[in-house]
Design a protein around this ligand. Structure first.
Ligand code: SAM
Length: 248
């Protein structure tokens, strides 16, 4: 866990790396994102039949999770503390109103409370300090005061109960190698009155398998199949949790 997490993204170099290296074509992250896209679009179509939701993407970065839902939500708002990440999102033509928020202090004000809402928090929880995690979920709770206000979807891109864990010894002392357990995510959500109603995995093979050209096609095919199984989310490297407010 990093204490300087927000600052790390306040540089042009970090933005370029995120876009050009982490999310380059053929990478593990890009394959995961493609699978998440299909899942999320189905989720919105299935769960919001009366009225399409407004998406609120907390820690939106360059707008990846907003782009995954282009065309299926009524409108989108992205919130992030990094001016540089938001500038990149604007440059990429993300269909959303983008808001720069402070990295700490009071929970940011949502741009609108018109419902229903779909709150997304992707690739933030794993490496962020505890107070940042709580602040993100407190933000979601503002938008989702009741069980029928909409849904919250959060990503854990470093599930401890996965093959990725085999590398933890090699990464001892590396502050970028964090791990998060399902129970920690569930407890975080429960602290803010949310219950997990679905959990899906988007890769079983770790990122390293996608870096080896000879192994990548096999890993990709196996993950395409494996991630259709709800049960395998327990051991997936990358997991999405769908949650709603516990009925009062
Ligand atoms: C790894 S990026 C994830 C971006 C995007 N959600 C995605 O999945 O591609 C983490 C993002 O969290 C933002 N961030 C870090 N600390 C934050 C904070 N305290 N409040 C709001 N955003 C924060 C960073 O600026 C960065 O854009």
């Amino acid at each position: 866990m990093r204490t300087d997490y927000a600052e790390v993204f306040q540089s042009e170099a970090a933005v370029e790396k995120y876009e050009q290296v982490v999310y380059a074509p053929e990478t593990y992250a890009t394959a995961v994102s493609g699978r998440q896209r299909a899942f999320l679009r189905r989720l919105v179509r299935r769960e919001f039949t009366a009225r399409r939701p407004i998406q609120h993407d907390f820690a939106c970065g360059t707008g990846r999770a907003i782009k995954l839902l282009h065309g299926v939500v009524r409108a989108a708002h992205g919130y992030d503390s990094s001016e540089q990440m938001l500038a990149k999102a604007r440059e990429a033509g993300v269909y959303a109103k983008l808001h720069q928020v402070s990295e700490d202090g009071p929970v940011p004000e949502p741009a609108t409370t018109d419902g229903p809402a779909l709150v997304t928090v992707f690739r933030l929880l794993l490496n962020a300090p505890k107070d940042v995690r709580d602040r993100a979920i407190a933000f979601a709770a503002r938008l989702l005061p009741e069980a029928d206000s909409g849904l919250l979807v959060v990503e854990n891109h470093g599930n401890r109960s996965s093959l990725r864990h085999l590398r933890h010894r090699r990464h001892r002392g590396n502050t970028w190698f964090a791990e998060l357990q399902h129970a920690e995510v569930e407890q975080l959500l429960a602290r803010h009155g949310f219950e997990v109603i679905d959990r899906r995995g988007f890769a079983v093979f770790p990122a390293g398998a996608y870096r080896r050209e000879w192994l990548r096609p096999m890993a990709r095919r196996a993950d395409d199949l494996a991630t259709r199984s709800r049960r395998l989310s327990g051991v997936a490297t990358d997991v999405l949790y769908v949650a709603r407010r516990i009925p009062k």
